[in-house]
Design a protein around this ligand. Structure first.
Ligand SMILES: Nc1ncnc2c1ncn2[C@@H]1O[C@H](COP(=O)(O)OP(=O)(O)O)[C@@H](O)[C@H]1O
Ligand SMILES: [Mg+2]
Length: 432
């Protein structure tokens, strides 16, 4: 069988790396891919990165199974188009993908289905904004309704800032059309967790919990990014918390969708805040997370290809996934200027040395230039390693990071640090 992965970031390299290990496939194709993926897959460049263009590419390449990395083609209906042509694809329909494509839709769904989330108001005009701010006070959270590549949410500390940002969203100046409607919601306190499941709409296969690091600087300071690193450790959630997330969030969403005639299949990603009142939803994504995919596939023992094939065929049969017990940590190396406009074309050195030090280096924004491997966008590489304990995994990943260099490279030095408290008491009696 031939499998096609759509996308070009660290998430897609991680998915491709794992699928390359599956005995089910004799060919792995990525479109458009990046320099790192060229090592495990055949790269094809789509002439158009929309559902029709990608369908043409999949048909020409003879792909038997297609796995979609990013959200945009899903929101545009790529899964519906492929299924209407009898082609196997992993991902939700356009109707189901609205859960990510519109934050207003997602919040309305959660209200209807009783899923715990921050109290909110929807604003279409500046009058609505003023009323919502009168109601909530500050600090408050402003969210552009539509897709904004991780740049559509602002945590405003005071009224002046909130009004300025809201006005810029409504006028289209902030994130274009995506901001013409916004969600204004109460700020929640707690620790964030990414809880991702595979589902055929009824059955659910939870992945191990992960924690992303959105802010550009250590200590969660500075502007938000697409994600500066993530770690995967079963200790992030207790069994009780996992059960609460399934019972109060995942199953009600799938049931709610079914009751409205929509079957959600693919990766369902719940971005959660674990508050004093229990887990609450910040947002849903309808695809695998990035960078979460990188530490996840690093720990996953089961054959991802088999599970994805079951999903594409509409029936998840696998009962549970096997994970290596060791935690894994991914540190994203970013280019000068990121998360603003990144500088491109800087030469990258030391990737092989980092791999010799025991890490897997997933590529994101890389390309092969005349002088060798160079930077091509904001998030450049994701260095991923595991260890018997979380402190050991952190130590190993940073030892590998120290081998890599490019001009202007920056990264967070505290990836995984929030998880250390869960090891503090038991690190001396770590599992063998
Ligand atoms: N209600 C909230 N309370 C506190 N922090 C929030 C809240 N909503 C979002 N955030 C913060 O903003 C980040 C981005 O928000 P999110 O809803 O995940 O949108 P997106 O990923 O589309 O930018 C979250 O990861 C979280 O750190
Ligand atoms: Mg998010």
């Amino acid at each position: 069988m031939k499998v096609l992965v759509i996308g070009s970031g660290g998430r897609e390299h991680a998915l491709a790396w794992k699928l390359a290990q599956s005995p089910l496939f004799d060919e792995l194709i990525v479109a458009p891919g990046n320099a790192g993926m060229a090592r495990c897959a055949r790269l094809l460049t789509p002439t158009r990165f929309d559902p029709e263009g990608l369908l043409a590419l999949a048909e020409e390449a003879g792909a038997d199974l297609t796995v979609v990395g990013p959200e945009a083609p899903l929101v545009e209906g790529i899964a519906d188009l492929f299924r209407s042509r009898g082609k196997l694809i992993v991902g939700p329909s356009r109707a189901a993908a609205r859960l990510e494509g519109s934050k207003v839709f997602a919040k309305d769904c959660m209200r209807r289905w009783g899923v715990p989330t921050a109290e909110f108001r929807i604003a279409c005009s500046f009058d609505d904004v003023r009323q919502a701010l009168d109601f909530f006070g500050c600090p408050v959270v402003l969210k552009a309704d539509g897709l904004a590549a991780g740049k559509g949410v602002v945590l405003a500390d005071d009224r002046q800032e909130a009004e300025r940002v809201a006005a810029a969203m409504l006028s289209g100046e902030f994130v274009g059309e995506a901001g013409r409607r916004l969600v204004i919601e109460r700020r929640l306190q707690g620790e964030e967790v990414s809880f991702i499941v595979l589902t055929d709409g009824t059955r659910v296969l939870p992945l191990a919990p992960t924690q992303d690091h959105k802010a550009v600087y250590d200590g969660d300071r500075g502007p938000n990014t697409g994600g500066m690193g993530a770690y995967c450790d079963s200790r992030i959630l207790t069994e009780t918390e996992t059960q609460q997330i399934l019972d109060r969030i995942v199953y009600p969403v799938l049931e709610g969708m079914r009751a409205e005639g929509i079957t959600f299949t693919g990766f369902l990603y719940a971005g959660l805040m674990i508050t004093a009142e229990g887990p609450m939803v910040l947002e849903f994504n309808v695809r695998m997370g990035d960078p979460e995919a990188q530490p996840l596939v690093h720990r996953l023992e089961s054959d991802l290809g088999e599970v994805l094939l079951e999903l594409a065929r509409g029936e998840l049969r696998t009962q549970s996934l096997r994970w290596r017990p060791e935690p894994s940590v991914c540190v994203v190396l970013a280019a000068a200027g990121y998360p603003g406009t990144p500088r491109k074309g800087d030469l990258i050195a030391g990737v092989e040395e980092a791999e010799a030090a025991g890490a897997v280096v997933f590529h994101a924004g890389t390309r092969l230039g005349p002088r060798g491997l160079e930077t091509a966008s904001g998030r450049v590489l994701g260095v991923t390693a595991s260890g018997v304990t979380l402190p050991e995994a952190i130590q190993r990943v940073y030892a590998a990071v120290s081998k890599i260099h490019f001009e202007g490279m920056h990264y967070r030095r505290d990836i995984g640090a929030k998880g250390l408290k869960r090891w503090a008491a038991t690190v001396s009696e770590a599992p063998a």
